[in-house]
Write a protein that binds this ligand. Structure first.
Ligand code: SAH
Length: 217
């Protein structure tokens, strides 16, 4: 199956190679499957036209509504920690540009991504970006991610891409048994936290501080 249609932004391959090398050298990208997914979803398709030349810098980029497309190295790390498998059902909170959703979609293959975005303009932006690449296994919902999406639960994986003071209880409820949830938790500077639902309850698998995300509202 061809995952996306050809685009016509020239000369991005060299810049992408440099970005991938930086992410390897700094230890943010170690998994070949995640590398392939990032390579296959061109980031320049997910930034405003005026920012295309910066798309392969390792920085967040403003999109609209004061929001940003996340930094590539952070997307790589979160995606690696989430350990996605073919066929899984995933919930993402904070669609933004749709870039992270597209990477998740690539990794689950025949599985499906549900992604919730509170700003309708961004939900529309993400939808257009995904459509342009012919990505069909992502459903974008315009709404408040704090409530999750009970009717499609349980989810094998949940990713929150905005900083939360506390992980919303409803999202933990909607996580499948043995499922993983990743989120940046904290106020000014966040810790990236990876949790697992087990028969004994919610267990913390990983925790690393020093991240900065836009807030979950
Ligand atoms: N994953 C995105 C980056 C997301 S930035 C990408 O790849 O581009 C965080 C996003 O979370 C923003 O778009 C913001 O509008 C959204 N957001 C913040 N609070 C939210 C909430 N309660 N429900 C849904 N989306 C929310």
């Amino acid at each position: 199956m061809k995952f996306f249609k050809k685009d016509n932004f020239k000369n991005y391959q060299g810049k992408l190679d440099v970005l991938i090398t930086i992410m390897h050298n700094t230890g943010f990208l170690t998994d070949d499957k995640v590398e392939n997914a990032i390579r296959s979803i061109p980031r320049h398709n997910f930034v405003p036209a005026s920012q295309k030349n910066e798309a392969y810098e390792n920085t967040p980029i403003p999109i609209m509504k004061n929001q940003t497309i996340s930094q590539p190295s952070v997307v790589a790390r979160m995606t690696e920690w989430l350990d996605l498998q073919e066929g899984q059902k995933v919930l993402e909170i904070g669609s933004g540009s749709g870039w992270q959703s597209a990477i998740l979609a690539k990794l689950v293959g025949s599985g499906k991504i549900f992604t919730i975005e509170r700003h309708s303009e961004l939900a529309k932006f993400a939808k257009q970006n995904l459509e342009k690449l012919g990505i069909k296994n992502v459903e974008i919902i315009n709404g408040d991610g704090n409530f999750g999406l009970a009717e499609k639960s349980p989810f094998n994986r949940i990713m929150i891409t905005a900083a939360c003071k506390k992980i919303p209880e409803k999202l933990l409820d909607q996580l499948a048994m043995d499922g993983l949830l990743i989120a940046p938790v904290g106020e000014n500077i966040q810790s990236l936290v990876l949790l697992k639902k087990t028969h004994k309850g919610i267990v913390e698998i990983k925790n690393q501080d020093g991240y900065v995300f836009v807030p979950l509202v």
